[in-house]
Design a binder for this molecule. Structure first.
Ligand code: T4K
Length: 407
């Protein structure tokens, strides 16, 4: 690591040496016990059984069910496939109310099935679906609400349950970022008709690529299981429309070993989050998002909010400064699904009814965490943030009065 920087002129943005020789990535995979994983993979190769009903997939499913306290787990090749299967297996049709502040897969999975994602605004605090706004968007074509536990933050589950019950709608949850989280002691996976998970490499539990549908509804699970495998109930016996959404044995083995290290990953994340909280304290206009009392998150996402008015810099300029230091912070999820195609062309007017989303997408920045992130690096990274905020006007002057960058 280069020496600590005390002057604006030392910043990488102005030609200084980057603070970090190697890039610090958001979403760096956590790796479980490598020897154990090698052993599992060797066994799969010895068995010559690599996918289609091998032993690791049901083992992974049982481990997830035990960990999350749900009855049924249908593992899939990724979270997007799990979303598609969840929507189809629960009989969703027409319009589905979703937040726009989410990974685009949430909306795309629906559109891919010919469903219409109807973008809904979010609550100012949690940045998850605003139940009042949800209710206003319900039409005769609405069949479901798909809440997203963004960065592991629980949606207002009781309010969404109440509304969907009253209107006879299906309630689904996208828990791709919320594996292992709970609210008031209850696993987030135990709500709605089904929740989907992602075990992508960037997630706290990773199977390289993988996902799952979790539910307490046995019939729904059975339909999902059939859909995952082309609708095969047995050899030569196809009983429904299906796709190929199977998880393979090597990914399942990776997921198993990752899950076995879950507690240590959470502990590492928690310590990293605490280190960020200490190092970012009292930087005006820069706030670390923290869990509310009653939530039990995995701290897998470290997200700061930059208030340009009180920090003197925009989120985008801070990201640019950090990138020049080799900190590859990410603007999850800029600019919001409603400003991405095909939605931006299909429903250009929708931004007007999403003021909180529009506000949030300009402010949030995800920072690196996980196994690889050392506390010294966190402190160094936060020192740069402090230097930038304390010298915002000098940076603006050096950049010809521009403290903002085009979105
Ligand atoms: N719903 C929500 C709310 C989601 O967040 C996601 C996925 C889904 C649904 C869909 O689940 P999946 O179908 O993906 O299972 C990444 C992930 O690919 C995606 O899974 C994740 N959300 C999303 C939040 O992040 P990108 O487009 O940002 O990926 P990329 O390639 O830019 O990589 C992200 C960061 O991770 C980079 O800083 C590099 C780092 N990285 C990545 C990989 C794969 C590594 O350091 N090593 C690696 O092996 O989407």
């Amino acid at each position: 690591m280069a020496p600590r920087k005390n002057r604006v002129s030392d910043l990488g943005l102005f030609g200084g040496e980057p603070s970090f020789a190697e890039p610090l990535h958001v979403g760096r995979p956590n790796i479980g016990d490598r020897d154990r994983l090698r052993g599992l993979i060797e066994s799969a190769f010895d068995r010559r059984w690599l996918t289609n009903d091998g032993p690791y997939v049901p083992q992974f499913e049982r481990l997830i069910a035990d960990r999350l306290g749900v009855e049924h787990v249908v593992a899939t090749c990724n979270g997007t496939a799990a979303l598609q299967i969840a929507a189809r297996a629960s009989g969703v049709s027409g319009e589905v109310i979703v937040p726009s502040l989410t990974f685009v897969a949430t909306a795309h999975a629906l559109s891919w099935l010919g469903l219409t994602p109807v973008f809904c605004d979010i609550e100012p605090g949690s940045y998850t679906l605003d139940p009042g706004a949800v209710e206003q968007l319900i039409t005769p074509q609405t069949s479901a609400v798909l809440g997203v536990h963004l960065w592991g933050t629980p949606c207002d589950i009781p309010a969404l349950e109440e509304i969907t019950r009253r209107y006879g709608l299906t309630l689904l949850f996208d828990g791709a970022q919320a594996f292992g989280g709970s609210s008031d002691g209850r696993s987030l996976a135990s709500f709605g008709a089904a929740e989907i998970l992602s075990f992508h490499a960037t997630k706290i539990v990773n199977a390289i690529e993988g996902g799952a549908l979790v539910t307490n509804d046995g019939d729904l699970a059975e339909r999902a299981r059939l859909m995952r495998t082309y609708g095969f109930a047995a050899a030569d016996e196809v009983v429904s429309l299906g796709t190929n959404a199977k998880l393979n044995e090597i990914c399942a083995a990776t997921g198993i070993t990752s899950l076995e290290s879950f507690h240590s990953f959470v502990e590492t994340n928690r310590r990293n989050h605490d280190a960020y909280a200490r190092a970012l304290a009292e930087i005006p206009g820069v706030a670390l998002r923290k869990p509310e009392p009653g939530w039990s998150p995995t701290f897998h996402n470290v997200v700061i909010e930059v208030d340009a008015a009180s920090s003197g810099i925009t989120r985008d300029l801070l990201q640019t400064v950090l990138r020049a230091e080799n900190v590859l912070a990410r603007r999850y999820f800029h600019p919001g699904c409603h400003r991405m195609e095909p939605y931006a062309s299909l429903v250009p007017e929708v931004a007007e009814r999403l003021p909180v989303t529009e506000h949030a997408v300009t402010r949030t920045l995800s920072l690196p965490t996980g196994q690889e992130m050392k506390h010294e690096a966190i402190e160094r990274l936060c020192d740069i943030v402090r230097l930038v905020v304390e010298n915002a006007s000098e940076i603006g002057t050096r950049r010809g009065g521009r403290t903002a960058l085009p979105g």
